[in-house]
Design a protein around this ligand. Structure first.
Ligand code: G
Ligand code: G
Ligand code: MN
Ligand code: NA
Length: 255
């Protein structure tokens, strides 16, 4: 498979880059958060979306290396933004369930890297999926716990798609929950999806978890979620994933 062998050289030839999608505070409009999303600029095939190459990287055993690169790149970015934009800036990175499978975890650990580079650990939000919690081994539980003890934040991505269980929210200390973008479909006063969003938000808040709504594309969706007490919004209505220089312009316009 051609793409597989190309993936091996993509890191060393610096063909990956990150884009950053703003996460907007729905109470005051401030933009102190972003989600980092990886892109692969292939020299012949052009831009390859992560849904094509992340599963491949996972099956090839390359996901740890790529995941560490994402972490390091995002960490340097948030350090810059904390001095240039706002001291509270946070960046979320997606962490594949397979990155929790290595016995040792990243060596040296992400926390050690943050310390060495003088980056506050709370600047990093680790996005995990429900699948990780579904069959969370003792090792996974320990790693999640230590991420938080080290000061990083944990966010549960794509909530409501899989085997969403309220039990996870009780059992795992998470900081943020992201309502999956499928809930934005046909969102209207009195709609079933709005009822579900309201229930998720209320439940999360009672557990001390803040809520991000994903895939907001219209003003109506933004208004309804804001009224429902949702803390943060992310989606094309605000901005698509942006290059760092464009993010800077966008974030400044919101302050
Ligand atoms: O915009 P988008 O096409 O970027 O993302 C598609 C999917 O790829 C999403 O499910 C997203 O979580 C995943 N993805 C994007 N960037 C990364 C990354 O850096 N690491 C992992 N593991 N998944 C990512
Ligand atoms: O799985 P995860 O939530 O990490 O991936 C987010 C994905 O959603 C990315 O592919 C991102 O580009 C995409 N995305 C972000 N905002 C919107 C939006 O408003 N509408 C749609 N359809 N996709 C979005
Ligand atoms: Mn995500
Ligand atoms: Na998601």
């Amino acid at each position: 498979l051609r793409m597989a062998s190309d993936l091996h050289v993509a890191l060393e030839q610096q063909q990956f880059y990150l884009v950053y999608q703003p996460v907007v505070n729905l109470r005051d409009g401030s933009i102190h958060k972003a989600e980092a999303l990886i892109r692969w600029q292939h020299p012949q095939r052009g831009l390859i979306p992560p849904c094509e190459f992340i599963p491949l990287a996972e099956s090839m055993g390359l996901i740890n290396e790529i995941g560490d690169w994402v972490f390091h790149t995002a960490a340097q970015q948030v350090r810059l933004w904390r001095s240039e934009l706002h001291p509270d800036m946070q960046i979320a990175v997606n962490k594949s369930p397979l990155q929790f499978q290595s016995k040792t975890g990243p060596t040296p650990s992400w926390a050690e890297h943050l310390k060495a580079d003088n980056i506050a650990p709370e600047a990093i939000v680790v996005e995990i999926t429900e699948g990780l919690l579904l069959d969370a081994s003792e090792s996974v539980q320990r790693q999640l716990l230590s991420l938080r003890q080290e000061g990083m934040r944990v966010s549960l991505d794509d909530f409501g798609t899989g085997y969403s269980s309220l039990a996870y929210l009780h059992r795992f200390d998470i900081d943020f929950l992201k309502i999956d973008q499928s809930f934005m479909r046909d969102l209207a006063p009195g709609s079933k999806n709005l009822t579900l969003c309201k229930a998720i938000i209320q439940m999360a808040h009672e557990l001390g978890i803040q809520v991000v709504a994903e895939g907001i594309e219209t003003r109506l969706q933004k208004d309804l979620l804001q009224e429902a007490g949702c803390d943060f919004g992310q989606g094309y209505f605000f901005a698509k994933p942006l290059l760092p220089e464009d993010f800077l312009v966008f974030a400044r316009s919101g302050q």
